[in-house]
Design a binder for this molecule. Structure first.
Ligand code: DGL
Length: 258
């Protein structure tokens, strides 16, 4: 099956590029359009209604570019808005949610940690998921301040180390053996997180699962790009320097109002 339109991907900012990267690695021939709504980041402390309005704005931008599929590369937008997006627009959506299931299935201590935004942890969708796993203790921690530091290019700052220590130490003391990264920005913190966690604690994020789900949907119902052009364009509505820095200056980045 063929479909030469692009896959549209959006996030509240630059974090969803961790998801884009997993998709691009698995499906290098696909065209992708990435939208970083950094002007409105963080979404994590906004109301459900505000998150829905912003997610619709992002979706409409991508639909105007004829995207064949939209990946909501943001746990906060997925858990608060994906139902509304699916009921309003005809295009297929793939969302991301904290990968609780694999962590619960593999945990030996039956105690796992989830680091995510306030918006994700308080959402009905997330709470429905955790209710299914009553036999496992799930320690939830809001990652206040982490997204702002990543968006402002302060991944390796002393403030970041201090915040991560304060969020992770109680989980280590509680004997978690899995840490679920429930925000697409957090994979950029894996080196700093590893420096704090003891070696036996595994870190899980959702990038690979989303990429596989994207591949499945393209093969079953949407179709793959058959043209030889596989361009990627990144749009941001703020200064693009931090985005360019994490992408390594290899890709086309455009600053644009949206
Ligand atoms: N990257 C996002 C997520 O996965 C949102 C972070 C935010 O804007 O607060 O939840």
């Amino acid at each position: 099956m063929e479909n030469n339109e692009a896959i549209g991907i959006f996030d509240s900012g630059i974090g969803g590029t961790s998801i884009w990267s997993a998709i691009h690695e698995l499906l290098p021939n696909e065209k992708t359009i990435y939208l970083a709504d950094s002007k409105n980041a963080p979404y994590g402390q906004k109301t459900k209604e505000e998150i829905i309005v912003l997610s619709m704005k992002n979706t409409e931008f991508l639909l105007n570019m004829n995207c064949k599929l939209i990946v909501v590369a943001c746990n906060t937008a997925t858990t608060n808005a994906i139902q509304e997006l699916r009921s309003k627009y005809d295009v297929p959506f793939i969302g991301i949610e904290p990968a609780i299931k694999p962590a619960v299935l593999h945990s030996k201590t039956q105690i796992i940690g989830v680091l995510a935004t306030q918006g994700t942890l308080s959402s009905t969708l997330f709470n429905k998921t955790t209710e299914k796993y009553q036999d496992t203790k799930i320690i939830e921690q809001v990652g206040n301040g982490l997204v702002q530091l990543i968006e402002s290019g302060q991944i390796n700052s002393p403030e970041m180390t201090q915040l991560l220590n304060s969020y992770l130490k109680p989980m280590i003391e509680a004997n978690i053996d899995y840490l679920v990264l429930g925000c697409s920005h957090y994979p950029y913190l894996i080196p700093q997180i590893k420096a704090i966690l003891p070696n036996h604690i595994q870190i899980i994020d959702s990038g690979e699962a989303v990429a596989k789900q994207t591949q499945k949907l393209l093969s079953e119902t949407i179709g793959f790009n058959s043209s030889t052009k596989s361009e990627t364009v990144f749009y941001t509505n703020t200064d693009s320097s931090v985005l360019k820095q994490i992408l390594g200056n290899k890709y086309k980045v455009q600053e644009k109002e949206f």
